[in-house]
Design a protein. Structure first.
Length: 107
């Protein structure tokens, strides 16, 4: 079994059975699915259930992976994109990214 996505490989493989359906969804499907998961995350946090909240975060990661599938990327490409993005965009720039979000979006 390939393991390009590390601990997230199982998420990729779990959705293989619905590959065709996932790749034919509109982009709005993924945005709405993520919104739903964030709502559920907030509900679990409000109830003090951090384990259930963490499961919702895993669902959000699954949605992100499926969005990459929708874009036509393979697990190998996703892993490369993630490594490159971390190295080129995030490493040494985390504070600046947070500042940008505060300055531009107030968050």
């Amino acid at each position: 079994m390939a393991d390009e996505l590390g601990p997230f490989q199982g998420m990729w493989e779990a959705w293989d059975e619905a590959h065709d359906e996932v790749t034919h969804k509109p982009l709005a499907h993924f945005r709405r699915a993520a919104d739903i998961q964030f709502d559920e995350l907030e509900e679990h946090l409000a109830a003090g259930d951090s384990k259930a909240a963490a499961r919702e975060v895993a669902d959000i990661i699954s949605i992100a992976i499926n969005t990459m599938r929708w874009l036509g990327h393979t697990p190998e490409e996703i892993a490369e994109i993630a490594r490159d993005r971390a190295e080129q965009r995030m490493k040494g720039q985390a504070s600046a990214i947070l500042d940008k979000y505060m300055d531009q979006y107030g968050i």
